[in-house]
Structure formats: C-alpha cells, structure tokens
Design a protein around this ligand. Structure first.
Ligand SMILES: [Zn+2]
Ligand SMILES: [Zn+2]
Length: 134
C-alpha cells in the first residue's frame, strides 16, 4: 500500500491510487483545492476556480455572471415572443388541427347520410311489404 499526496491540497491518501482520482473528481471528489469549472460555465464563464474559492469567485464575478445570464436568455425571450405572436409553426399546427376537425365532420356527415339511406330502405321495404300484404 502506497501513501500518495493529493496534487492540489497535499492531503495524504493512504489507500489505492484510484482514491486520488476519487478525491479530485470534479463531480464527487472532496478535495477542497482542486480546480472546478465555474457554476456559470453553462452561460459562458470559462473560469476554473479552486473548489473552496468558488464562493469568492461567484461574489467577485457577479456582474459578469449576470451579463452572461442576460446574453444567454435574451434570445430565448425573443423566441417566446415569437411563439406567442402566432408563429409559422403555431399557424401550421392550428390548420392541421382544423383539417383534422373537417375530416371528422365529413365522416360525421357521411354517417348521417348512411343512416338516412338505411331509414329510406327500411321504409321502402315496409311499404312494399304493406303493399304486398294489403
Ligand atoms: Zn486534495
Ligand atoms: Zn464564473
């Protein structure tokens, strides 16, 4: 069993080598000094900060982070407005629904016509029957 030291915090790891990997793992590691991506990476902050300094970075870069958030979300705001204002996709969807509705009422009409025809046939048959039996 070897004793290894963490390259970041010099904490000694007395178990197997993969324990170091676990210790400095960006997601689950418990090393306080390993560099991690800024929490605002998704919106464009490229800073790598020691885990224990993240609060400082968050605080110090508040203005930048807000700006990045705004720049990221402004296009989405535009998109939402487009969707609201009867966009092409929504119009197409609407007319597809309408077409479907028309089809349903056409089928309904056909069904009524058929019913009518059946009624007429039954009446005809009864008339004939009555005529024959009269
Ligand atoms: Zn460490
Ligand atoms: Zn940042």
């Amino acid at each position: 069993m070897r004793v290894l030291a963490c390259p970041h915090c010099k904490e000694e790891i007395t178990h197997a080598e993969q324990e170091i990997d676990q210790h400095v793992d960006p997601q689950n590691g418990d090393c306080e000094r390993k560099l991690v991506h800024c929490e605002f990476r998704e919106v464009g902050c490229t800073a790598m900060v020691p885990k224990k300094n993240m609060a400082d970075h968050r605080h110090g870069s508040l203005g930048n982070h807000l700006l990045m958030l705004m720049q990221t979300f402004i296009p989405f705001l535009g998109m939402i407005q487009t969707i609201d204002s009867d966009s092409k996709d929504v119009r197409e969807l609407k007319s597809a629904v309408e077409r479907q509705g028309n089809k349903i009422s056409e089928i309904e009409d056909e069904r009524k016509n058929l019913e009518q025809t059946v009624k007429e046939l039954v009446t005809l048959k009864n008339d004939n029957h009555n005529k024959v039996c009269a």
